[in-house]
Write a protein that binds this ligand. Sequence first.
Ligand code: NAG
Ligand code: NAG
Ligand code: NAG
Length: 970
Amino acid sequence: MEHIRNLIKLAITCLFLFRNNYLIQVCATTTPSDATTLQTLLKGWQITSLNWNDGDPCGSQWQGVTCDQSTNTQVITLTLSGVGLQGVISPDIGNLSNLLALDLSFNPNLTGPLPNGLGKLSKLQTLNLQSCSFIGSIPAEIGSLKGLRSLTLNRNQLSGEIPPSLGKLTNVTLFDLSENKLSSIIPVSSGNNENVGLDNLTLATSLYLQNNSLSGALPLEICYLPNLVNLFLNGNNLSGSLPSDISQLQAIQILKLNENEFEGKIPVELNNLTTLYQLDLGGNRFNGTIPNLSNLQQLKLLRLSMNKFQPQLVPKWIGNLSMLQTLELNGDHFAGNVPFQLFNLPSLETLSLDGNRLNGTLTINSVANSLYYVSLQDNNIVNVTGLNLSNPISISLTGNPLCSNMSYDLVAKACSTMNIFSSWKATLTSCNISCGKDMALGLDCTCSFPLMFLVQFSAPSFSTINFSRINNLRVSLANHLMVSISGIWIGSANFTQDYQLVVDVHIFPYGSISFTQKKVADIMNQLSLQSFLLDEFGPYQIKSVILPPSTIYMAPTKKKSISTNGLIGVWVGVAAGLFILIGVSMYALWQKRRADKAEVTGKFFASWGPVPESGDTVQIKGARHFSILELKRATNNFSNSKEIGSGGYGKVYKGALPTGQVIAIKRAQAGSLQGTAEFKNEIELLSRVHHKNLVNLLGFCCDKGEQMLVYEYMPNGTLREHIFDHIEALTWQKRLEIALGSAKGLAYLHDLADPAIIHRDIKSANILLDEKFIAKVADFGLSKLAPVGERAHADGHISTQVKGTLGYLDPEYYMTQKLTEKSDVYSFGVVLLELITARPPIEKGAYIVRLMRDAWIEGDMVKVKSLLDPSLGSYSMRDMESLLNLSLCLVEESAVLRPSMSEVVRVLEKILSRISSSKTDDNHPAWAQNDGSRNHANDLYNDLGALSSSMEASFRFSRGFDMSAKDEPK
Ligand SMILES: *[C@@H]1O[C@H](CO)[C@@H](O)[C@H](O)[C@H]1NC(C)=O
Ligand SMILES: *[C@@H]1O[C@H](CO)[C@@H](O)[C@H](O)[C@H]1NC(C)=O
Ligand SMILES: *[C@@H]1O[C@H](CO)[C@@H](O)[C@H](O)[C@H]1NC(C)=O
């Protein structure tokens, strides 16, 4: 009886396929020992959500199990990352003798010791057990996994010593035991019987042992690992002096020895490590003087803080490390002056020299553009020269004699305390949608199941964070993980005190509800094994992960009722086979139809030829094709009375469709400058982007050599018309709302459109107003896609022939022909100035940007007021200051100093929220009644600090505050 039941089971796990008109039977029967072992493993894990109760592991495709392709009988990978396993690993795991990859990572309730049996998995190439709760010591048997390429046991509770036998893993490139409780020494080949140790890991590129309790010296043998790129030993109890052999690390890029107990002099031989780009020796007991390391020309981060150096001058050679982005020399007994060269280091972002004995006068005559934070707290500095209110850097000199000098008039700028660690937080899109359980709202305002994780970049090469870096990260992640960039949402990014960066990433299955299990496993696998590097973000570890539940809990497959008659089972199989066959042919047919259809559309675009004038409309990506007849009817044969505008492109007509819908038709003139290419460009662009603050394209017409675009009609015309004809109609609040609306539209184009779009012709004539005066950005005729790939590079830009409108044109773009999103930001700044002055950008040869900037910087409030639109109505002075600050930041000559559009959105939102909340509050006197001498420092700090945690922007916005501070003594 038992026998028959097994036979039936066998029949059920068979699959019947038609191949070359023969019915063939493919039966999967997993090797009994593999099948039993999996069952044993399952018993150790209290998990009910796996589909491991039915059928055969290989035949029924158990979750996380793959079998060899040729026979489909041997289990070759077991991947159960982040599925919520609890309990322990059965020692029997060693019986899965064909296993190539074992991944049980990110199961925080998986505990117990690592079984010795792991050492029997002789074919294993990947052993990934990171981020669980394993205890006990690492079995020496793991050293017999000769084929292993990556060993990741990081983020567990493993203790005891590192078995020297792990040195036998000579094929390992990634070796990560970090964040455990490992103690004792770093084992090397000399000094043990087997003559093997970590110095035998000759292929290793990354050796991560940080944050354990390792002690003893840094063995000089380690310095001869020829391929080592990343050596992380920080956060241990290592002691002794650094061997001069350290200069033998010929491939090294990141050397982190910080937070240990190393002592003695820093060996001068470090100067030979010319490949090094990060050197962190902070938090040790190094003494003596700092050797000359001026050969380290690739160095981006140098941290020597908190050592026991003898009093010395800040070495001048540091001023020649031209790649340096972060320099931290806190608490190191430096005396004398701060060499002014440090401020000129062309890439420096953070300079921290707190707690030294630096004295004299600080000279800040010219400051590199990149410099954001200068911290010199608790020194003996008595004066500063060259610092003026327009320096964009944030400087902190608290705890210096200068700051208790009552007559020093820059106290507010120079002596506030600040946190030098910048952070970044996403603005939330307001979609007014609530999502179901475990779902989240994506950038496109749809709900789906995201994959969420915190990733910790252990050594980014930079030390400040801003929007463009965040965006680069999105682009890199999208490219490497092969997901849509619109599906990558970065919630926050925070620097830790030791320059690590923790980033909250959500990956949405953009365009669908849920990722497949396979895709999630693939993403997790790539990230947890660091299969790719994310440019300047460098090495990383996944700190925690939340997988979409829909991919963890596979619905249990419904058991078919099994007849006792085996034959019926076979017939069910045959029927299924036939069914599949029919399905396949139908699918093929459907595919062919689809292909045919696609071909029609493709041809249509290729030749741009005539399209039948019948009622048969062609749909292209959401934009409808209108026949010329339809449009003639709608506009009374394009009668002059229907004309509502004209421009270089041609004329714009108002029309009505038979449905009653009012439309605007943009009709290109014969010989118009815009060619076919632009026309197609505009249709393609416009039909792809949809946002409340972008004019919606309804369709197009291309019959008989015509080029027409059909838009929704905007009853209130262009912003330009309002500014120059009836600006009074626009209250202060309305103007701000218009500004915010158009800023949102632009931010969408820059950040959320995929690929990003640079408008290139932002001006008041291209901002339209609907019946409720909601602003909508129009006219993408000149739009240019932002280069997705190149944007990942430092100076991502496109060079093209300069286009745009005089008066709105970004001077940097004009000079360099490098087009970036920041060119739109400039033009938008000009629009803001138009909104508050009601003047055209260029009036009687005078440039409004320059007039306003000069008046504002000089603090000439009479002049500023004279430039403002007299019909602004009542507004608070504080809001006007904020808006002027903002506008002038947007029109900074240098593009890097301008904030991004999303930052602009945040500032405008803040100002508007204040207006709405202070509607009844008379405490804010109107500008007209104020003499302009009030110090708004705190207001502005609160204001801007809160707006944009990207401090880059907020500190650069502080010009207004500077000005009022300067006014004070008068
Ligand atoms: C781990 O176990 C605890 C206690 O049983 C439980 O609350 C928690 O949800 C579990 N975590 C996971 C990821 O399964
Ligand atoms: C190490 O890797 C090489 C190249 O992939 C391979 O040929 C060799 O068999 C591996 N060594 C062992 C012991 O598996
Ligand atoms: C380990 O490396 C050392 C030094 O290169 C060498 O002498 C020793 O033979 C190696 N051990 C093994 C087991 O290969």
